[in-house]
Design a protein. Structure first.
Length: 301
């Protein structure tokens, strides 16, 4: 195998470590685009279908890393990355880590790679495997870290999904990823509570779903309002439904849940924060002030 191998059409080659559902989807996208690809997976059988599609299969991770300058890693977790690459020579390599991790792990892994002679970019995949290689699906990947690495391989990285570079801090890709996922789970909580309220009623979920989806879509304007408030520091600007007004409706929300035999446990955390902010004298604000209640001083040491 030769470093940075290309095919007769000049398509740059790369190595991919990890062939789970996401890794396999990434591999197929690069193979379909004509990129020479060397793959490795701890369970070797996962590589057999890709070998039939043109991938070179390495016996070890170190052998796979030696094949190309660009090395993409998509493994189970951060610990798996360290284990897989323990015996690999990373000198002069461009390491792109698409393994899900935390901002702190991204920063630590960047330093780990630097000490071993590699450039490093961390990534956060905002897509499911079926969205990979399908531009119309809207999936994309956050990247952060070494800008030179990203610019050098931008076209190759853009093959499976669109790219969004979010800065030189190697922790920022994971931070963007986890922030969006956190918001998603908050939405899931609201959706679950809403469906629970109607669960025992003569209301068809399929009839209720469009109403719920449209309402949530309309409420996304609050995202931009919160951003403007945080930027300006004025949480009262343009507020229509004040915190005081919203807290006044809390008893009705809780009473409705009680009448319907639904646990309020998905609602009570945010309602408690609203009441706490109101008690501190911020009734004329939006709910943006809840963000300040959530942010704590970072641990030192």
């Amino acid at each position: 195998m030769t470093d940075n191998a290309v095919d007769t059409h000049g398509m740059p080659g790369l190595t991919l470590l990890g062939l789970g559902d996401m890794g396999t989807a990434l591999a197929r996208a690069w193979l379909a685009a004509g990129h020479p690809l060397t793959v490795w997976n701890r369970t070797a059988a996962r590589a057999a279908p890709l070998a039939a599609e043109g991938a070179a299969v390495a016996a070890t991770a170190a052998e796979a890393v030696a094949a190309h300058r660009l090395v993409v890693v998509c493994l189970l977790d951060d610990a798996s990355v360290g284990t897989a690459l323990a015996d690999a020579d990373l000198t002069g390599k461009d390491l792109v880590n698409l393994t899900t991790g935390t901002p702190g792990q991204g920063r630590a892994r960047a330093e780990w790679a630097r000490e071993r002679g590699a450039r490093f970019v961390d990534g956060g995949i905002m897509a499911t495997p079926p969205m990979i290689g399908a531009p119309e699906a809207g999936g994309y990947v956050f990247y952060s870290g070494d800008r030179g690495l990203f610019d050098a391989h931008r076209e190759t990285l853009a093959v499976p999904a669109a790219t969004r570079y979010v800065g030189t801090d190697p922790g920022h890709a994971a931070l963007h990823d986890e922030a969006l996922l956190s918001a998603m789970y908050g939405m899931f909580a609201g959706v679950a509570h809403a469906f629970a309220l109607i669960r025992r009623e003569d209301i068809a979920p399929k009839d209720f779903a469009p109403l719920l989806a449209d309402w949530l879509s309309a409420m996304t304007a609050s995202v931009h309002e919160a951003a403007e408030h945080l930027q300006s520091g004025d949480y009262t600007r343009g507020v229509v439904s004040t915190l005081a007004m919203q807290v006044a409706g809390v008893p009705t929300l809780l009473r409705t849940a009680e009448e319907q035999g639904v646990s309020p446990e998905l609602l009570t955390p945010v309602l408690a924060l609203m009441e706490r902010r109101l008690a501190a004298g911020h009734g004329d604000e939006s709910t943006t002030g809840l963000i300040d209640l959530l942010v704590r001083d970072r641990a030192v040491g």
